[in-house]
Design a protein around this ligand. Structure first.
Ligand code: NAD
Length: 257
């Protein structure tokens, strides 16, 4: 039985979602669990990871927290080892954790540049290197990366974020090209503005409101985490068997406004 009457597309599968203590990541974790996956709720924020895993379990899903800092490269390999040791398989890897540091080239600090790449890009290098051999051995798997519309169409004064998300797009395309022969499907989502703690932090910095952002979107409002989660779940599922190397924009038409 799955939660919320959704289909069991991930019945018997194991998934790990990074940044799953946050807005979009927690929605992805809930969605995959609701469709039958056992989900590792990965986050550096222990309290948030536990809360999300507990809440999924409370709804009848299968989940557990996996607390580690993506800045520690060895921790990614250890996390994958733990998953394989416990479950014997890793079917779905969602690289969703991210940080958003504001600034143009002259105002940004070097530390913020390095942090943006460490969390938004290097973490994909480490986690994918750890997970890929197991997916290849199993005959396939699915990796979904959270990029951003800003990685495709740069927003002003966010050079570290924009360039790191452009790197996520390129990383996705390269990995897909190299591992499609092994039936490892690698795709990315490129969301527009989505109502999450990261977005709230940005609004607090620049004095704008959600209504201000809603007005910029042709669809009339910014996105909801659940809407991104539905797309990630589709891309990770067997309903998307031939989608590989794609970057799907999900912006309420903001990207084309
Ligand atoms: P969020 O801040 O709510 O969640 C991010 C999570 O990542 C947090 O729980 C945080 O603890 C975790 N994290 C950060 N650094 C980490 C580290 N070093 N190790 C382990 N975990 C770490 O943000 P969100 O809005 O849910 O964003 C999720 C993803 O979606 C990010 O990659 C973000 O860039 C992307 N995105 C967000 C929006 C938006 O408008 N919110 C738009 C496009 C793309």
């Amino acid at each position: 039985m799955t939660m919320m009457g959704l289909t069991g597309r991930f019945e018997g599968k194991t998934a790990v979602v990074t940044g799953a203590g946050g807005g979009i990541g927690s929605a992805i974790a809930r969605r995959l669990a609701a469709e039958g996956a056992h989900v590792y709720v990965a986050d550096a924020n222990e309290a948030a990871a536990k809360e999300v895993a507990d809440s999924i379990a409370g709804d009848g899903g299968s989940a557990e927290p996996l607390v580690f800092d993506l800045l520690e490269s060895a921790a990614s390999a250890a996390a994958v080892q733990q998953i394989i040791g416990d479950r014997g398989r890793l079917d779905v890897l969602v690289n969703n954790a991210g940080v958003n540091r504001r600034g143009d080239l002259l105002s940004l600090t070097e530390d913020d540049w390095k942090l943006s790449f460490a969390v938004n890009v290097d973490s994909l290098f480490h986690l994918c290197r750890a997970a890929l051999p197991h997916m290849i051995e199993a005959g396939g798997g699915a990796i979904v990366n959270t990029a951003s519309q800003w990685g495709l169409y740069p927003a002003p004064a966010h050079i570290a974020y924009n360039v790191s998300k452009a790197a996520v797009v390129a990383f996705t395309q390269n990995l897909a090209r190299d591992y499609a022969p092994h039936k490892v499907r690698v795709n990315a989502v490129a969301p527009g503005e989505v109502h999450t703690p990261m977005l709230e932090a940005g609004l607090a910095r620049n004095g704008r409101t959600v209504a201000d952002l809603d007005a910029l979107v042709p669809f009339g409002r910014i996105g909801k985490p659940e809407e991104i989660a539905a797309l990630v779940a589709f891309l990770a599922s067997d309903e998307a068997p031939y989608i590989c190397g794609s970057v799907i924009e999900i912006t309420g038409a903001q990207a084309v406004a």
